[in-house]
Design a protein around this ligand. Structure first.
Ligand code: PAN
Ligand code: ZN
Length: 193
């Protein structure tokens, strides 16, 4: 018989640091994201100069992968743009019907969601706001502010991640700066199927 599970404590740094303890950390730099941005030429230009900026990083506390558990984590998206498009995460769908919440601790941003029919929904994030991602909705987060965007998340540990759909089709909408303000506009590179 497996060991009984014991309760645990995780501490979140509200000033925008990390969670402790964490079991996994991932850093995503421009070189891994170049084809996600609408202005790929601009991304290539930066990389050709020998720069590879850190766009976001996340820390996860994975207690157990077994169904019935929760994965917890904290994501930090740095401020910046590639062309007019703000720094953002890749975005993904969960493999199974699994919800998630994003609780914003610091900064300003948008949680962009899209279902399998291509319907889009946006939740604006500022400290204290919680974006609820229902099962079946792909999700990406965008930093539209001048400082770091930091949010805490939790999702079922057997959710699974599908990155391929977003990588191949993109989101129907993208978030760009227009007249010094964030604007959600149609993605010229979006493939519906
Ligand atoms: C989050 C995301 C995290 C990074 O933990 O994984 O913010 O975004 P990408 O996974 O799109 O690179 C989550 O939604 N987990 O399910
Ligand atoms: Zn997710």
């Amino acid at each position: 018989m497996s060991q009984p599970q014991r309760p645990e404590k995780v501490v979140v740094d509200f000033r925008g640091g990390v969670i402790k303890p964490y079991t996994r950390k991932k850093e995503v730099r421009l070189s891994e994201l170049r084809e996600y941005f609408s202005n790929v030429e601009e991304a290539e230009k930066i990389l050709l100069k020998g720069k590879d900026p850190l766009i976001y990083e996340y820390y996860e506390y994975i207690y157990s992968e077994a169904a019935g558990n929760l994965n917890l984590g904290l994501t930090i998206i740095y401020p910046g743009k590639i062309g007019k498009e703000y720094y953002m995460t890749k975005g993904h769908f969960h493999e199974r019907d699994a919800a998630e919440f994003y609780f914003c601790l610091k900064g300003r941003g948008m949680l962009l969601m899209q279902n399998k029919d291509g319907e889009v929904s946006v939740v604006e994030l500022e400290p204290g706001s919680l974006g609820y991602v229902p099962p079946g909705w792909g999700h990406r987060t965008i930093n539209t502010g001048r400082g770091k965007l930091v949010f805490f998340f939790a999702y079922p540990s057997d959710a699974g991640h599908n990155y391929t759909i977003i990588k191949e089709r993109g989101f129907a909408m993208i978030v760009v700066e227009e007249a010094k303000a964030p604007k959600v506009v149609p993605n010229p590179k979006y493939h519906k199927t």
